[in-house]
Design a protein around this ligand. Structure first.
Ligand code: NIG
Ligand code: FE
Length: 412
């Protein structure tokens, strides 16, 4: 299939020389071409240029994009999209004054989702997750990382990862999977966290690796969940299976998880709502991507990740959804980009960089996704008519997407 997009008002994130990530001040620049064309052949970006230089190109489909912005699809590097049921009762409980941690301590939270998921068949789990996946593809997400972590038993964790993998096989969206067995201590191990960690290390990790179900490994390094020592134990063990860390740290407390992640060469450290100067220092000069999840802060009413502090320190930043039933029941990357601007004071250029090329880096796919570069995956968003790209985060409640192409296929 050859698709030619013509008369594009502005083509964003055009990188003739691809970059793998953008740090600090580099994030301020978003290279664009005005009045552009873009030629997609099969599932790759073949060529692009300005309308005055367009040659006779053979195409199965020509899309006139006048008035539209075209940009690479979003790369959502942190999600828990595979889950069973929902937790809207906890939402009401929080409105009535309970905290996220109090709800979890009363048997709600992750444990509640795990019970539901354990009792859900693989087929049902697939169909519930498939609905969400379709929704987010329509919202312009062309690549997503999906974690396990609502299984908390060997079988249920494998079931989650199989569903995530099958979603990636059935749909054009790129899916990368992460094993998050260490998301919470299940009731069977209530007073025996070490027993559960050993179970993860001795029984779960080998199976996940043997069945090639995950590229990454994650742990919820947080007071009341898993400690820094637990994190060291797990990540050291996971390395034996070549599972690369992408970890949950500093959501509620800074307990040293960032430095632990860096020590184990984590690809990303995610959440960072609470961030110390030591954490910033630990990240400097490393290849670890800090990832902010602004929809989670919005939904739980917790602090936003101090994005300015991170970028102004010369570090890179990615933004992602954290789509999950407890802290972020939304997979809308457009909202994430808008909230990054509105609440975290990123410029539109920084936010778009954070949600495309840096998101791609945080899920290990910046060689194929995250920018308009020849040979990269043919995944783009075509906006409705808008006055400028600044309008995208500005008009935060409107759906400004007209069409989405993922891996060369028309989605919308
Ligand atoms: O990233 N913080 C840990 N995990 C998820 C939320 C889990 C849940 O509440 O179900 C998160 O926010
Ligand atoms: Fe998360």
């Amino acid at each position: 299939m050859k698709i030619l997009l013509t008369h594009i008002k502005e083509l964003l994130q055009v990188r003739d020389t691809p970059v793998d990530r953008l740090c600090g001040i580099q994030m301020k620049t978003l290279p664009t071409i005005k009045n552009a064309w873009l030629y997609l052949v099969n599932n790759k970006i073949h060529d692009y240029g300005t309308m005055d230089s367009i040659s006779n190109l053979e195409a199965d489909k020509i899309i006139n994009c006048s008035g539209s912005i075209v940009l690479p699809t979003w790369c959502d590097s942190h999600s828990h999209l595979v889950y069973a049921g929902n937790r809207e009762q906890e939402f009401v409980d929080r409105i009535n004054g309970l905290s996220y941690q109090e709800i979890a301590a009363n048997g709600g939270g992750i444990i509640h989702s795990a019970k539901k998921l354990q009792a859900t068949s693989e087929q049902d789990l697939f169909s519930q997750s498939e609905n969400r996946l379709n929704q987010i593809m329509n919202l312009g997400t062309g690549a997503i990382e999906i974690k396990s972590g609502y299984g908390l038993t060997l079988d249920a964790e494998l079931k989650m990862l199989k569903v995530a993998k099958q979603l990636g096989e059935k749909y054009p969206i790129k899916v990368k999977t992460t094993f998050l067995g260490a998301h919470a201590v299940p009731p069977e191990f209530k007073n025996n966290k070490q027993g559960y960690l050993d179970h993860i290390c001795n029984d779960m990790l080998p199976r996940v690796a043997e069945e090639k179900l995950a590229t990454y490994v994650d742990i919820f390094c947080e007071k009341g969940y898993f400690s820094v020592a637990d994190t060291h134990q797990l990540l050291k063990e996971a390395k034996k299976y070549n599972l690369i860390p992408k970890i949950h740290v500093n959501q509620f407390n800074a307990i040293g998880g960032v430095a632990a992640g860096v020590k184990h060469q984590a690809l990303s450290v995610d959440h960072l709502e609470v961030l110390t100067d030591d954490d910033i220092s630990a990240l400097k000069g490393t290849k670890t991507m800090p990832v902010a999840l602004p929809s989670c802060s919005y939904f739980l009413g917790i602090p936003y990740t101090p994005a300015r502090k991170i970028i102004d320190a010369g570090l890179p930043l990615a933004v992602a959804t954290d789509y999950n039933p407890g802290s972020t029941p939304s997979g809308n990357m457009n909202f994430v980009v808008a909230t990054a601007c509105i609440k975290m004071k990123l410029t539109p250029e920084e936010a778009i960089n954070a949600a495309t090329i840096n998101g791609a880096y945080a899920m290990g796919i910046s060689d194929s996704h995250g920018s308009i570069s020849k040979g990269k995956n043919a995944s783009v968003i075509i906006s409705k008519e808008v006055p400028s790209y600044n309008y995208l985060p500005y008009a935060f409640g409107s759906n400004l997407i007209k069409q989405v192409i993922i891996n060369g296929q028309m989605i919308l």
